[in-house]
Unconditional design. Sequence first.
Length: 230
Amino acid sequence: MNEPVVLKEFADSFEKMTPEETLAKLGVTELLISGMMTQNCVTHTAISKAAEKYGATILPDCCTTVDEMIDLMQLALQTDSTRFIDFALNGLNAVPVIPGVTSDWHNLSHHGHDPAKLAELKVPEIQQMKLFGELLTKLKRTREEGGTLLDRTIVMFGSNLGNASSHDNKYMPILAAGGGFEHGQHLAFDPQKNPPLSNLYVQFLRRLGADANALGSSNGTIPGFVMARA
C-alpha cells in the first residue's frame, strides 16, 4: 500500500502544507473529511479557503463528537492514563449544527448588545453548559475508594475573554468543580480590583501537593474559594 501521506502541523490541513499538490496528482475533485477533533481540525479544514474548490463535505459518522471526547476524558482519568487534560471548544467561523442557530459562532460573539444576536448566542452557550454538566456527571458517577472521581479531579471551565464582543480579557467567567473544594457559590469581585486568575492556579497547585506560593501575576488566593469542610 503506497497511499500518499501528508503530515500537517496546523488545524487547517491546507495551512503551510502541500495537500493541494497531492490532490492534483491524484485527480481529486471532491473532498470528504473525517477526523478525531471535529470541533478543531475537521472544521478548520472544511472552512479553509483552499478547500472551497473541492466542495468539501464533512462525514459526520466518521468524526468524533464532543460527547465521545467527554467519554474519553472520563475513561482516561479513571484508568489513570493521564492526570491532566486540556480540552478546547473553539467557536470558529462556522455555524454550529444546533437547531435555532443560523449565524457563525464568532459573529454571534461580537453581538454589540444586539438582542437578536444575544438570543441566538444563548443557544450554543447553553449547549456548552449541558456538555460540561455531562462531564461532571460522569466523573461524579465514577466511584472510587472513599469517594468519586470528581472528588479527586479539579475541573475548570472558562473563557479567555470577559466580553467577547469587545475582546475584553478582564473579569473572565470561570467555573470550578470537584477537587475537594467548597462549591455551590458564586464569587463576584470589584472589576477594578479583580484578583488575577493565576491566584486560582496557585490554589490548584497547592491542592495537588505542590509547594506553590506564586505563579505568574498572582498576588495571593481567591477570596472565598476554600476547601470543603470534612
